[in-house]
Design a protein around this ligand. Sequence first.
Ligand code: ADP
Ligand code: MG
Length: 328
Amino acid sequence: MIKIENLVKRYGQKYALDGISLEINHGDVVGFLGPNGAGKSTAMNIITGYLSASSGNVYINDISVLDDPILVKSMIGYLPEQPPLYIDMTVREYLNFVFDLKKCTYSRKKHIDEICSVVKITDVSNRVIRNLSKGYRQRVGIAQALIGNPPIIIMDEPTVGLDPKEIIEIRSLIRRLGERHTIILSSHILSEIQAICERIVIIDSGRIVADKPTDELARFVQANKKYNVKVAGPKSEVLALLMSLDGIKSALHTGEEDGGVYIYTVEAEAGVDVRKLIFSSLAENGWPMMGLEEQTVTLEDVFISIVDNNNYKKEKSKRASWDDDDNA
Ligand code: ADP
Ligand code: MG
């Protein structure tokens, strides 16, 4: 349904996109995951026809964005990083405005009412957008993307800046939309993409560095659990004990608290839950465990493990020096 062929976007010497190719099937819910500056927004702006590529092409149902931008735009609902809201309009005025802009042919009131109900903004539909919370504004942004019922919805960092309750609500809304639309969304947060998408495309420095089903990545996250353990006990003896336990791949002393409490970072072997063993072994030795918490796997961890480690670092430092040049 969506075919992206070797997209390159250059700004002067700098490559915002450095040859991205990708195919997305009808009904897929795909996440673009990458740190700030990776090229996610650039890719989305090109796919939606709002930015031209330096080279490469995008096809939606075999139609090139270049050949028929208007038709392609009609097949995509887009929520950009900064939603294009007219904040002095009421929600309804704004959605009517978008309806006209998109030259929508559905029955106006019925269509807008339906969308308001789907994104749960019926209650606020007569309020001025300026007075709405960030979460509600984001829903209005999603509503404008849904006008015309496009088969593809593209959302750029849809939960950025929202509070935790709003994040949960927007996530579940997106999951529901995923039942009826092909969706691409972007985020720099691994757990967020994991919670919504079936497939994860990791982008870094304008390139795709991994493209995997979410459950495969979840297995990786599962297989690389790390814990911070706080123990009141002699530093080196505790460390030696932790390193000797079955199921522990590595243990490091990583910090210290008042009262002779030391912090260790322990990496478990794939699929082993080492928490009980850590607890009971420390107890047997009379060294009280003062805390045990799981570390969240970060995007950086995923990069380093999934991507060829050396290549990644080499590329990264090369890019960093280009960035410096640009800033100079
Ligand atoms: P992301 O959305 O993943 O944070 P972007 O696509 O916004 O990343 O940006 C990718 C890279 O392109 C960044 O290094 C950014 O600074 C650069 N970039 C984006 N837009 C422009 C522009 N108009 N002029 C120059 N550089 C740009
Ligand atoms: Mg962005």
